[in-house]
Design a protein around this ligand. Structure first.
Ligand code: DC
Length: 224
């Protein structure tokens, strides 16, 4: 079984994916974490993202995997856990530009497909229902207004002790929305057969309740 969760940054899709994963006992892959890990590598190794051959060469040296530590899935880059390093503003500022590079997308899409070869999976991202798994059993497109998403992200960063203003958070989300949805290769868009879930007025339990109801109805309809 493959469940594809796409949507805007800070729409709540990663939280929802995690909750669905424990409820349904199905592995969760955060595909955004993979784009973030590559971005972190490029920053650390000063890779010029405008130079195609340098990018291609760097990709050959990158290995991304996931492992479970204290019950939580964390991202591993070339053997080191980088879960918090990939969530900094420095990475957030560059990741959409890196995710717009076709060679980076090709590299990650093939890894993402391989991850679903041997197991049922819930994957969240931007192109999961449109490009990575167009035949997914269930597709959800998760969104919320820019104001709701800004507040959520701001609260999350503040809780982690990050010094930032709400205007900076809004500017970063707006910029990423723009780059993600206007890039040539695999832009963020709702798949025709995806169910729209607006999380604006929902708390965490409301999100999971709405999503499970939608998934259930879809599975009955599809005979899954
Ligand atoms: O979900 P996130 O904010 O961690 O994703 C980081 C960036 O990666 C986001 O700006 C868009 C990009 N991304 C993508 O292009 N395709 C995906 N499947 C997942 C993320």
């Amino acid at each position: 079984m493959v469940i594809a969760l796409d949507g805007h940054s800070s729409s709540g899709k990663s939280t929802l994916a995690k909750d669905l994963s424990s409820l349904l006992s199905v592995s969760h892959i955060d595909s955004g974490a993979m784009y973030r890990a590559i971005t972190l590598y490029f920053i650390r190794h000063k890779v010029d993202i405008n130079n195609k051959s340098t990018v291609a060469y760097a990709l050959e040296s990158i290995n991304i995997s996931f492992k479970v530590v204290d019950g939580k899935t964390v991202t591993v880059l070339n053997g080191s856990v980088v879960e918090s390093d990939i969530r900094t503003m420095e990475v957030s500022d560059l990741v959409s530009d890196v995710a717009a590079i076709s060679s980076v997308r090709r590299y990650l899409v093939s890894q993402q497909r391989r991850l679903a070869d041997a197991q049922s999976i819930i994957m969240d991202g931007r192109d999961i229902g449109t490009v990575v798994f167009p035949e997914a059993d269930v597709k959800l497109f998760v969104t919320a207004s820019i104001e709701v998403r800004t507040q959520r992200r701001y609260d999350e960063l503040k809780a982690r002790g990050v010094e930032i203003t709400i205007d900076e958070v809004r500017a970063n989300l707006t910029k990423r929305d723009h780059i993600d949805s206007t890039r040539e290769d695999s832009p963020l868009k709702q798949a025709e057969d995806a169910i729209l879930l607006d999380t604006g007025s929902l708390d965490r339990s409301g999100m999971i309740a709405s999503a499970t109801k939608m998934i259930h109805e879809k599975m009955i309809k599809n005979n899954v």
